[in-house]
Design a protein around this ligand. Sequence first.
Ligand code: ZN
Length: 274
Amino acid sequence: MPELPEVEIIRRQLEPSLKGKTILHVGVPDPSITTPLRPRAFGSRLRGKKIMAVSRRGKYLRLELQGGEMLVIHLRMTGVLAFKERVIKKYERRHLRLVIGLSGSSSLFFWDQRRFGTARILQSDEARSFFGRLGREPLKRSFNAMVLQRLLDSRKQPLKSFLLDQSKIAGIGNIYADEALFRAGIHPLRPAGSLSVTEVRRLNRAIKATLREAISMAGSSIDTYRDARGQRGRFQEAFRVHRRVGEPCSGCGGTVEKIRVGGRGTYYCPGCQE
Ligand SMILES: [Zn+2]
């Protein structure tokens, strides 16, 4: 569930506290998280390493380590990465998957109820090829209407599915795809390659505006998302269509509808999106 805005918020919170710290201990309460490495090998590759930077690529959070390795974390559905031990009341001890003890007596806790989250160590060349396969970063200045046009060109898949494809644009998930399409006034089932030049410009602006506004509102907490300090986001209160089926549309007064596109619940307004 955490998408680009949520991971970016966590990154901004972690970086000042983690940069320059050394990993002293690695606790692995849930060995499945270190796959394909065994917990012991995982720990020994991290122990003693200094954290040089905390970066984000798509929905991946990256602890860049001295020597060029990276600890790459993906929160998937219910992962929570926080400084505090207790972030969500319903999370029990068995939901704790990874603990990273740092110099300066702070620790980072990875909680994950559904256990789809991952933590992988990549060497610098592995990281280059792994992230090289990932799509463009939509908030970068270099991502513009022309770039988007090229990505969309002659594709027949529905726009909603195109926006979720991490090999095209990295970081957009179900929430922000719905919200960006509503803001752009474009129907989620339109074939990706069918947009006019004006619509591509509108979609580019809508993607950036939606993601930026979500970051400024501390992300979306529908269910289990919390930031690194254990706080909820507020952007769910600003959703215009996502999860608002049957409610009046803020644009036209019509009714928000829900359909399935590529197996994903998709919310839109038939009056505003064509
Ligand atoms: Zn509407």
